[in-house]
Ligand binder design. Structure first.
Ligand SMILES: CC(C)(COP(=O)(O)OP(=O)(O)OC[C@H]1O[C@@H](n2cnc3c(N)ncnc32)[C@H](O)[C@@H]1OP(=O)(O)O)[C@@H](O)C(=O)NCCC(=O)NCCS
Length: 148
């Protein structure tokens, strides 16, 4: 598998995001996010990446803003590689706790986060729009200080 790299390629981030979520984020929106302090995007490779992760670091905490792997490249370890690289970057940035929100029915993402050391720490009712209704999010976190 290719090495994970920091990227600013907002067109590619937007295209991969659109392949994975119904409410896709534009390249312009990714650009605005990446212009904020502490926001980083990591991709699985420089050219034609399979996926990316977007994180925000604020002092000793970090949030996973979004994460996506192209549908035809899933289940090959890209998601885990992105999570591992993001947590390495967080530790280097002296982050002590990482948190995220995920839809309660997103089995693949919850599986990946659990596999990479995250545990449920809360629930947000009706957090995501789903069709005409809403669905809850679970909040997950992981301490990083003692991670090796
Ligand atoms: C979630 C997502 C990023 C996983 O990426 P991936 O490259 O397929 O994941 P990996 O191949 O690295 O899998 C790592 C672990 O995740 C879990 N996992 C991945 N896909 C899974 C699935 N369909 N069902 C259950 N667990 C799954 C497994 O624990 C797996 O470890 P294992 O292979 O040792 O069992 C991908 O499914 C995706 O892009 N989904 C759509 C976007 C999304 O929901 N993003 C998260 C928003 S919070």
């Amino acid at each position: 598998m290719s090495a994970v790299v920091v990227t600013q390629d907002t067109e590619t981030l937007s295209a991969i995001h659109a392949s994975s979520f119904p409410d896709s984020w534009t390249a312009l929106f990714f650009g605005a996010l990446l212009a904020q302090p502490g926001v980083f995007a990591l991709a699985t490779s420089e050219t034609y990446p399979a996926g990316f992760i977007l994180i925000r670091v604020v002092a000793d905490e970090a949030e996973i803003l979004t994460l996506a792997v192209k549908p035809d490249q899933r289940s090959h370890g890209h998601g885990r590689a992105l999570m591992t690289a993001a947590m390495k970057l967080m530790i280097e940035s002296h982050v002590e706790r990482c948190f995220l929100e995920v839809s309660v029915d997103n089995v693949a993402a919850i599986g990946l986060y659990t596999r990479t050391g995250f545990a449920t720490c809360g629930r947000r009712r009706d957090y995501y729009q789903r069709g005409l209704g809403h669905i809850d999010a679970i909040m997950m976190d992981r301490q990083l200080k003692s991670a090796s």
